[in-house]
Structures are given as structure tokens and as C-alpha cells.
Design a protein around this ligand. Structure first.
Ligand SMILES: *[C@@H]1O[C@H](CO)[C@@H](O)[C@H](O)[C@H]1NC(C)=O
Length: 436
């Protein structure tokens, strides 16, 4: 556990967030993509290049250096550039008129300096990627690049907003959701107090899941607002990763525990159910480390794709694994309903577990697939809407789980005497008529 926190710490302090530092050594890649950012009409790009040096042709003369430089490019424009290169209209991306040239190296004074600073205003609002192009095949370049992209708040003022155009409302969104979860936690405590005679261990576990979710969102709000103001993450991101790690583990454990019926159907876990937990918890650890690396390296980091795949794989395995205990419970209840006399009560439990199974699948499907689809189809300006949709789905899932498994004296899932059995049978009959 402490080892994991150490890993999280060291990873989190590796890189700054929206201000990026890239170290390029003896690189002859023709295209190097740095970072993507949504500009408003008052955007600016700051480039600081240090330790600049070339190797390859001795003394590259300044005229060919126009084939070396930085540009900004939207995704659509990039497709167009690729088409142009394929049609042999141009040989270098810098030659296309669909890209916005930030600066080419022929603008450097002679002799070429080792350091260079640049401020580039971007007034066409859009989502751009910062790209470096090297169209000189024999030339290798070394440099340290610090890039900072931001929007000026309210246009002329000096206040910088380092969050991309579609993400600038995120601190407020996360804060709002964290308040909702704190409210839910307080409400849950009051429920537990009122129904203290029928409270089970699982209900306290639910409380801890809600509190962790609230803390996680609060740290994410603070982290994002810190990045918004300074361009770098500091301190809060570590807390955020710790809470999201704990939240991930407890949420999956909770789904498994509820699925097995632990503490309200039976006081113990079967061996195969323990095995599910033993698979899910370490996988959540891996998923969280992957998430940290993904967040910190940005989409153009070298290991980004690998870690993204690791994350997706682990996530899919976890999501499938948590469904097994629910399926086992459904099977057991179905058999119990057939064999013992308490058929109606068992059938109601069965209905509940079936509902829960469907809701868990919907929750997983929505937060993984639908949110991803929304993210892909919405314009960069409304990127936050997919995050809100995901959080709303999560909230609905928490509320459903709390409501359906709340502590209650007359909850049919906990009763065993004959009177209750009759009541349950009556209720079922009513339900059936209602459905017909
Ligand atoms: C980077 O370049 C900008 C624009 O010229 C300059 O204002 C800023 O001070 C530079 N930052 C560093 C760390 O050199």
C-alpha cells in the first residue's frame, strides 16, 4: 500500500500539467506533436526553446531552415495536410496553407542561438495541436521545449486561464458534484441513525464510498482550479490520485459485496466470491497507475497509447468480474425459490438482484461507452458536457444503490416470518397485475 502511494507520488510530481516540458535529443522524426488545446478568441502560445543544437549537415545554411519549425493545426486541417502530401502538392507540412505557422527556424539570427523565446497570439477560436515539423531528412535536432498555451480571461486582462476552452468550467462542475455527495453522505448518516436497529455492515461501507467520492471530487475541483490559475498541478493532484484510488477500490468492492448479498443475506463470503475481490482490487491498483500516467503524459507522450490500452483492458476485466457475484446470487435465489417454502420472499429478492444486475450493466455501459462517444462527437467547446453526463450517471447509480439497499425494518429482503411471507406474496401478486 505504502509502495503504491510512493509510486503515485513520484509519478504525479514528474510533470507539470498544462505547461509542458519536452526534451528532444538527436531526433530526426519529421513530425513531433506536443499538446492539444482549445483556444478562445484571446488565446496565446508561449514557446521557450533552450539547448538548441543540430547534428547532420555541417552548418545548415539559413535558407533551408525554413523547412524546420513549429505550427498549430486543427484536426480537420491535419487531414487536409496529409491529403496534400499524398497528392504531392507539398513536400513539407510547413508548406501547407491550412496550418498556422508559429515560427520557422530561418527567422533565427545568424549564428543560430541556443535559446529562443516566442509569444504567439491565436485569435481564431478552435482546438489546435502544437506540432514541430522537420522536413530535412538528414538533420537531427536537440532542444528543450517549454510550451504554455492559455486563454486571456475577459479578453484584454492579464489573467491567464490555462484550461482548454471546453474545460474551463470544470472546477465549478466538480465542486458542485462534490457538494451533492457531501449532502448525500449527511443524508445517509441520518438514515443510518434513524434505522440503527436494522443497519448492517454494508451500510457503513456505502457511507465510506460516498464520502470518498465527495473528497475525490473536491480534490479534483481544487486541482483543476489550480491548473486553471497557474498552468501546473501542485499538491492537490496527489490527494486527488489517492482519493480516486481509494474510491475506485471501494466502489468495485461495494458492487461485489452487494452482489454477493454479504451482510444482509449472509454473514460470510464464499471462496469464489473472495477470489473475485482478489482479482478486482489489484487490477484497480493497475488501473489507477495507468490513469495517472495517461493524465500526466498527455495524448502525445510516448507511452500514452500503451497505458491507455492497459487501462481499457483492466477496466473491462474489472467491469466483467463484478457481474459474476450478482449472477451467482440470482442463481442461488432462483434455486431457493424453487426448493424452500419462502418462494415469494425469494422471488422479491430475485427481482431486486435482477434489477441491480441491469443497473450495474447500464452504469458501466454509460460511463464507459456513451461518455466516450459524447466526448468524441461534441465540439471542443462543450467538452465538459460529457463529463457532466458521466457524473450524472454515476450519481444516479449511487442513489439507486442506496435507495434499493437501504436499511429498513420492513424491507422484504430481510424478513423470514410467515406473516411477512404472506405480505410479500400479496405484494408480488399486485406487482404482477400491475405489469399485466
Ligand atoms: C518564455 O517566453 C515568453 C515569451 O517570450 C516569456 O515571456 C517568458 O518569460 C519565457 N519563460 C521562460 C521560463 O523563459
Amino acid at each position: 500500500m505504502s509502495l503504491l502511494l510512493l509510486v503515485l507520488f513520484s509519478l504525479a510530481s514528474l510533470t507539470a500539467a498544462e505547461i509542458r516540458h519536452a526534451d528532444i535529443r538527436n531526433d530526426d522524426r519529421p513530425i513531433i506533436a506536443f499538446d492539444e488545446f482549445g483556444f478562445t478568441h484571446h488565446g496565446q502560445l508561449e514557446l521557450n526553446i533552450t539547448q538548441l543544437s543540430f547534428s547532420g549537415p555541417p552548418n545548415p545554411d539559413t535558407s533551408i531552415l525554413s523547412k524546420l519549425g513549429f505550427f498549430l493545426c486543427t484536426r480537420d486541417a491535419w487531414l487536409h495536410v496529409l491529403q496534400q502530401i499524398e497528392d504531392a502538392e507539398i513536400t513539407c507540412a510547413l508548406g501547407s496553407d491550412s496550418v498556422k505557422k508559429v515560427f520557422t527556424f530561418d527567422a533565427l539570427p545568424n549564428p543560430i542561438p541556443t535559446e529562443w523565446n516566442l509569444l504567439y497570439p491565436e485569435t481564431d477560436a478552435d482546438q489546435y495541436t502544437l506540432v514541430f515539423a522537420n522536413c530535412l531528412p538528414q538533420l537531427k535536432i536537440s532542444m528543450n521545449v517549454r510550451s504554455a498555451m492559455y486563454n486571456l480571461e475577459g479578453g484584454k486582462s492579464d489573467r491567464r486561464d490555462y484550461l482548454s476552452a471546453g474545460k474551463t468550467v470544470l472546477p465549478r462542475v466538480y465542486f458542485l458534484f462534490s457538494m451533492i455527495y457531501f449532502f448525500l453522505a449527511a443524508f445517509w448518516i441520518s438514515v443510518l441513525y434513524k434505522k440503527r436497529l436494522t443497519v448492517f455492515g454494508i451500510h457503513f461501507f456505502m457511507l465510506s464510498v460516498v464520502v470518498l467520492k465527495a473528497l475525490n471530487l473536491l480534490c479534483e475541483a481544487e486541482d483543476k482550479s489550480y491548473i486553471k490559475r497557474t498552468g501546473s498541478a501542485h499538491g492537490w493532484d496527489v490527494l486527488f490520485y489517492i482519493f480516486s484510488f481509494l474510491k475506485g477500490i471501494t466502489l468495485f468492492t461495494l458492487i461485489v459485496l452487494i452482489g454477493t448479498g454479504w451482510s444482509f443475506l449472509k454473514p460470510y463470503l464464499q471462496n469464489k466470491e473472495k477470489k473475485v475481490l482478489m482479482i478486482v482490487i489489484p487490477l484497480q491498483v493497475v488501473a489507477n497507475i495507468a490513469q495517472v500516467v495517461i493524465d500526466e503524459t498527455g495524448p502525445f507522450g510516448q507511452d500514452w497509447v500503451t497505458w491507455k490500452q492497459v487501462f481499457l483492458l483492466v477496466d473491462v476485466v474489472c467491469c466483467c468480474a463484478v457481474l459474476f457475484p450478482i449472477v451467482w446470487s440470482i442463481k442461488n435465489l432462483r434455486e431457493a425459490a424453487r426448493t424452500d417454502g419462502k418462494a415469494a420472499v425469494n422471488l422479491m429478492k430475485l427481482t431486486l438482484f435482477r434489477q441491480y444486475y441491469i443497473v450495474v450493466i447500464c452504469y458501466i455501459y454509460f460511463t464507459r461507452v456513451v461518455v466516450y462517444a459524447l466526448e468524441t462527437i461534441t465540439s471542443y467547446k462543450y467538452l465538459w458536457t460529457s463529463i457532466v453526463a458521466g457524473e450524472l450517471a454515476t450519481l444516479a447509480f449511487y442513489v439507486f444503490t442506496g435507495y434499493k439497499f437501504k436499511p429498513e425494518a420492513h424491507n422484504p429482503y430481510f424478513v423470514i416470518d410467515d406473516e411477512e411471507e404472506e405480505a410479500a406474496a400479496e405484494q408480488l401478486k399486485l406487482d404482477d397485475e400491475f405489469e399485466l
